[in-house]
Design a protein around this ligand. Structure first.
Ligand code: ZN
Length: 317
C-alpha cells in the first residue's frame, strides 16, 4: 500500500472550528499519513479495466464523497468509474455534462504544458474540501486533480464563481510546484539537503526550494514548534504579515499555492510586506508571469473586479 499525500483547499468559513483544524492538521502532519486504503492507488492503466465497475469501497466521509473518476487523455476526460452513491450524489453523478464542463474550466486554467501532469480527474461532492491534488505516480509525473462539483455550481456557472476559479488556480499551484520537474521523488528525506515536500526533495532550481529558502527558512525554527491548534493560531498571528491568507500559514506547500492564486488574480502589489514580497517573487519568474497572463486573459471579468474578495479568507490583511 502506497502512502499518498493530498493537498487540500478547504473552505475555511470559520478557521477556528475544530473540524476545519483537523483538516489543516492532516496537511501539517506531512499528509504522508493519508494512507491509500480508501483511495485508489493503482496505476492509471490498470484502471481502464474497471470502466464498467462500480466502486464498493467505503467512501471517505470527512473529505466528501467521490462521485466519478476520470482518466485524462489527449486533453479529454474518459470515465474510469462511477462510485456507488445514492440520493443527491447519484443526481450529481448523472449530470455528466457538468463534469465535462468543470474539466473544460480546469483546462482553461492549466495550460497544455502542465496538463500532462494530470492523469486523473475526480468529481466529488464535499462541503469541506473544494479541491485537492494527489500524486498517482510515485515519481510525481502524474497527479489526480479533484474538485467538489457542488461548490463549483454553488452560485451559478463555475466560470463565474470567483471562489471556485481561485480553488482551481490554487490546486494548479500545487501541480506547478510539486511535479517531477520540480521535485525529485527518488531522494529520501534523510538525504535531502533542500526542502523535503513529503513526496520528495525539491530540486535546487525549483520554485518551491527558492520560495522556501527565501521565505520559510527564516521562520522554520518557529514553525517546527507548532503542535497544537493554539500553536497554529499563534504562529499565524505572529507572522500574519507574511501570508496572503491564514490558510497559507499551514505549511510551505499551501503557502506556495495560496501565493500563486493571489499572484494570478490580484494586481502587482505596491507595498513591501513579506506576503507581497512572495507575490513579487513570482513576478520575477518569467514562466510564472506567462501563466498569470494566460489565466488572466481567460478570466478577464473576474480579475477586473478590483477590490473583490476572491476568496472567503480576506487577503487584505
Ligand atoms: Zn492546497
Amino acid at each position: 500500500m502506497k502512502e499518498t499525500n493530498k493537498y487540500y483547499l478547504n473552505y475555511l468559513i470559520n478557521p477556528s472550528t475544530f473540524r476545519n483544524w483537523i483538516f489543516i492538521l492532516v496537511i501539517i502532519l506531512g499528509t504522508g499519513f493519508f494512507s491509500g486504503c480508501e483511495k485508489d492507488d493503482d496505476p492509471v492503466i490498470e484502471k481502464k479495466e474497471e470502466k464498467t465497475e462500480v466502486d464498493k469501497d467505503k467512501q471517505p466521509s470527512e473529505e466528501g464523497t467521490n462521485i466519478t473518476l476520470y482518466k485524462v487523455a489527449g486533453g479529454k476526460i474518459e470515465k474510469i468509474k462511477d462510485f456507488e452513491v445514492k440520493g443527491d450524489d447519484l443526481k450529481i453523478q448523472k449530470e455528466k455534462a457538468k463534469h465535462t464542463k468543470l474539466w473544460e474550466l480546469t483546462k482553461k486554467i492549466v495550460p497544455q504544458d502542465y496538463r500532462k501532469y494530470i492523469g486523473e480527474f475526480m468529481i466529488m461532492n464535499s462541503e469541506e474540501v473544494a479541491g485537492y491534488v494527489s500524486d498517482v505516480k510515485e515519481d510525481l509525473s502524474l497527479w489526480q486533480f479533484g474538485l467538489a462539483i457542488n461548490l463549483a455550481y454553488a452560485n451559478g456557472e463555475p466560470e463565474n464563481n470567483k471562489d471556485f476559479v481561485y480553488t482551481i488556480i490554487h490546486e494548479f499551484g500545487h501541480i506547478l510546484s510539486l511535479n517531477i520537474s520540480q521535485v525529485d521523488a527518488s531522494v529520501k528525506e534523510s538525504d535531502c539537503t533542500h526542502y523535503f515536500t513529503g513526496e520528495g526533495c525539491a530540486r535546487s532550481d525549483s520554485y518551491f526550494y527558492q520560495f522556501y529558502k527565501e521565505f520559510w527558512e527564516p521562520i522554520w525554527h518557529e514553525f517546527i514548534k507548532v503542535e497544537s491548534d493554539d500553536d497554529r493560531s499563534a504562529f499565524y498571528e505572529k507572522f500574519s504579515d507574511q501570508f496572503v491568507t491564514d490558510y497559507a500559514a499551514t505549511n510551505p506547500g499551501e503557502d506556495f499555492a495560496e501565493t500563486f492564486a493571489n499572484f494570478v488574480l490580484s494586481d502587482k502589489p505596491k507595498n513591501s510586506s513579506i506576503a507581497n514580497k512572495k507575490i513579487l517573487f513570482m513576478h520575477q519568474q518569467e514562466n510564472l508571469v506567462q501563466l498569470r497572463k494566460h489565466i488572466r486573459t481567460e478570466f478577464k471579468s473576474l480579475v477586473s473586479l478590483k477590490g473583490a474578495t476572491i476568496y472567503r479568507i480576506p487577503w487584505k490583511r
